[in-house]
Design a binder for this molecule. Structure first.
Ligand code: SF4
Ligand code: MG
Length: 325
C-alpha cells in the first residue's frame, strides 16, 4: 500500500501569557492510502493539535516551529496558504469535529452548505452542486427533501454529525480526519454514526485518522493505533497488538483502566496527572508518573523506535543501550 502521509519531528508551540506551551514535541505519524489510524490519549496530549497542524490550521498564538508534513509526496508546511485552500483543505483532506452543530454555519440551510462544499471541491457552479446534494444526504441516511431545508439549530446532534459526514465525504477526500466525532453524542447514536462512517469509508476507500480518547472505539475502527502522551507519540502498533501486548508503561496503564463489563477486575488508573506543558518534565515526559523510571528517563527524551516488527515504542526500557541507567 502506498504511503499517503508522513509527519516527522512536528513541533508546535502556543505563546500565552503563562509562558510557551510546548504542545507538540517532535511528533511522528504515518499513514498509507486507505489505512485507518487511531490517535488516542488523554485530553491535552496533542491529538487535535496534530490534526490541525496537518491541515495547517494552527493560528496565533500557536505556531508550527519545526517538522515536515509530507502528503502525497509534498510538504504541506511549505505550501502557500492559497495552495492549501485550493488543493488540500476540504478537498484532499477533510475533517469532522466533535461539535457538529457549531461546526456548521448557523445562518445557512443544510442544503446550501453541502452544495457549497461540493462546488468548492469540484470547481463547479452552485446549480450543478445542488443537484448532488440529495445523493449526499441519502448516503448518510437522511431524508434529503426535509433535511435540505433545515437550519443547523433544527438538527439533533446525531443528524448534525450525519450532515458533517455528508459534507466531508462529498468532496471525495483522500484522507478524512475525524476528531472525536462521536463523543458529544449519546451512546446509541455513537454506535450508529461509527457504523455509518465505517461503511462510507469502506466504499469511498478513504484513509482515516480517528482521534479519540476511547481506546476501545479506536481499536474497533482502526487498523493501527498511535498513543500520545503530553505532546509525544509514545507507542504505535496495529490495533490488536496494542491491546494484547502494549509495551509503554503509559499504554499499559491506559488499557488497565478500561472497564470490562462483567469482569471483577479492579480498575487501576494511572497515578499522578498530565504535566503542564509550559514547563514539562525533562527527559521522558511520563517519568514523574512512571513506576519503572530510572536515571536516564529524567534527562533524555526516548526516541520512537521499532522494537518488534511494526511495533514502535518511545521508552528507555526498550533501548538496546538502556541498561546502564
Ligand atoms: Fe518510564 Fe523511563 Fe519508559 Fe519513560 S522512558 S516510560 S520514565 S521507563
Ligand atoms: Mg481534542
Amino acid at each position: 500500500m502506498k504511503r499517503l502521509l508522513d509527519v516527522s519531528d512536528l513541533r508546535v508551540m502556543f505563546h500565552t501569557y503563562r509562558g510557551t506551551i510546548k504542545a507538540l514535541n517532535g511528533v511522528r505519524l504515518w499513514l498509507n492510502e486507505e489505512e485507518r489510524l487511531g490517535i488516542v490519549g488523554e485530553t491535552g496530549c496533542g491529538k487535535s493539535v496534530s490534526a490541525l497542524s496537518i491541515m495547517r490550521l494552527i493560528d496565533p498564538p500557536g505556531e508550527i516551529t519545526h517538522g515536515k508534513v509530507i502528503f502525497e509526496g509534498l510538504d504541506l508546511l511549505k505550501m502557500s496558504e492559497e495552495e492549501m485552500d485550493k488543493s488540500v483543505r476540504g478537498r484532499k483532506i477533510s475533517m469532522i469535529f466533535q461539535e457538529p452543530v457549531s461546526a456548521l454555519n448557523p445562518v445557512f440551510k443544510v442544503g446550501f452548505q453541502i452544495a457549497e462544499a461540493i462546488a468548492h471541491s469540484n470547481n463547479i457552479s452552485m446549480d450543478e452542486a445542488y443537484k448532488k446534494v440529495p445523493e449526499s444526504l441519502e448516503m448518510v441516511g437522511l431524508d434529503w427533501k426535509r433535511s435540505m431545508e433545515l437550519y443547523p439549530h433544527e438538527l439533533s446532534g446525531g443528524m448534525a454529525q450525519r450532515v458533517m459526514i455528508a459534507m466531508a465525504l462529498a468532496v471525495k477526500p483522500k484522507l478524512l480526519i475525524a476528531d472525536e466525532p462521536t463523543s458529544a453524542l449519546d451512546v446509541t447514536i455513537q454506535a450508529q454514526i461509527l457504523q455509518l462512517l465505517d461503511e462510507l469509508v469502506r466504499m469511498g476507500k478513504n484513509a482515516v485518522i480517528l482521534i479519540t480518547h476511547d481506546l476501545g472505539i479506536a481499536s474497533e475502527f482502526c487498523d493501527r493505533i498511535t498513543v500520545m502522551y503530553a505532546g509525544n507519540v509514545i507507542e504505535v502498533s496495529d490495533s490488536q497488538e496494542v491491546f494484547q501486548s502494549p509495551l509503554h508503561p503509559y499504554s499499559k496503564g491506559l488499557i488497565n483502566s478500561i472497564p470490562i463489563i462483567g469482569a471483577s477486575k479492579v480498575l487501576k488508573g494511572i497515578p499522578g496527572s498530565v504535566p503542564d506543558l509550559v514547563s514539562p518534565p525533562p527527559g521522558c515526559r511520563f517519568h514523574p508518573r512512571c513506576e519503572f523510571c530510572f536515571d536516564r528517563c529524567r534527562v533524555e527524551l526516548p526516541d520512537l523506535r521499532e522494537v518488534k516488527p511494526d511495533h514502535f515504542v518511545a521508552c528507555h526500557l526498550y533501548s538496546d543501550d538502556s541498561k546502564e541507567g
